[in-house]
Design a protein around this ligand. Structure first.
Ligand code: NAD
Ligand code: FES
Length: 296
């Protein structure tokens, strides 16, 4: 069992949780993920690391309560424990040798982008971090990113933080002002990553994107997480989750994402009713939801 050591609400929907998992904490690197299962009846969901503390033996995950399992997870408290917490899975992000990077986080993707920005900052790179949120109440990790970047630019869709626009507008401005990036790294909605890659392509800036398709086993066996890159299909769980942003077929990824949408929303409604009527009971049969797959 994997004890929950800390639970903190970052906003109305997003939770930060610290889990005791010493063997994983010693090995995991930015970009890698774990698969967790709450109990015997639960489904396995992938969550990418936000941070780790090898000395304390802990992994920090940040998730949004959007699916059946994450809704149940958000109800858990210090002293509760998770049945399974397997990892590290996936390939670490290739960050060695990068001198000047722009790390972009869209919404919840900021939780992952943080670990990559921190690694680069700790290893002497100059790191601009651009984050984007629908409004100022959803802004995540502002203080942590300030401490672990050269500069941070926070954009909001509605301008409620005084900086209206999408992350791509900020990226274009940085490039126009002469930022000489050797890597742009984007983590967020597929549509955001598509337009980040379109922004960097004319300049030939190496661009990595973190793909988050539906994942079932996380081991390359089920085929659920296929991503089309160039003319080939890859498994995000073992070949990724990072891929060359200029080669990913984003429209194919979005088509595959839409295939699960109606199933997801009915599972979410069922889960919301279950959590509301049964409080924080964790021993019930899980309602499976694709929304919970590879969230952060
Ligand atoms: P969101 O829809 O609020 O978007 C976040 C930001 O992305 C926006 O504020 C904007 O700056 C940017 N963006 C959105 N559409 C854009 C476009 N067309 N062009 C340029 N920039 C654009 O994000 P959310 O509601 O927090 O949703 C999070 C999404 O991120 C979910 O779809 C989730 O699946 C995904 N996600 C992905 C990963 C990953 O590994 N790639 C990790 C966590 C979450
Ligand atoms: Fe099954 Fe990747 S999650 S092959």
């Amino acid at each position: 069992m994997y004890a929950i050591e800390k639970v903190e609400a970052l906003n109305a929907e997003v939770t930060r949780m610290v889990v005791h998992a010493p063997a994983i904490a010693r090995k995991i690197k930015p970009g890698q993920f774990i698969m967790l299962r709450i109990d015997e009846q639960g489904e396995r969901i992938p969550l990418t690391m936000n941070s780790c503390d090898p000395e304390a033996g802990t992994i920090t995950i940040i998730f949004q309560a959007v699916g059946a399992t994450t809704m149940r997870l958000a109800q858990m408290r210090v002293g509760d424990a998770l049945l399974d917490f397997a990892g590290p899975l996936g390939k670490p992000t290739e960050l060695e040798g990068v001198k000047r990077a722009c790390v972009i986080g869209g919404g919840l993707g900021t939780a992952i982008a943080y670990s990559q920005a921190k690694w680069l900052h700790d290893h002497g790179a100059e790191v601009d971090v651009i984050t984007g949120f629908r409004n100022v109440d959803l802004v995540l990790l502002e203080d942590e990113i300030n401490e672990n970047s050269t500069r941070q630019i926070i954009m909001t869709d509605d301008g409620s933080n005084g900086n209206k626009g999408l992350v791509t507008a900020a990226l274009q401005q940085c490039i126009d002002e002469g930022a000489d990036y050797d890597l742009v790294l984007a983590v967020g909605p597929v549509i955001m990553m598509k337009f980040v890659a379109a922004t960097t392509k004319p300049y030939g800036i190496k661009t990595l994107v973190s793909m988050n398709p539906l994942m079932i086993d996380g081991t390359g066996m089920c085929g659920g997480c296929r991503v089309k890159v160039g003319d080939e299909y890859f498994h995000a769980c073992v070949d990724g989750p990072d891929f060359d942003g200029h080669l990913v077929d984003y429209d194919d990824a979005m088509r595959r994402g839409v295939m699960y949408r109606s199933f997801e929303s009915s599972a979410r409604e069922a889960a919301a009713g279950k959590v509301a009527s049964e409080g924080r009971t964790c021993g019930d049969a899980a309602v499976s939801s694709g929304d919970d797959h590879k969230e952060a």
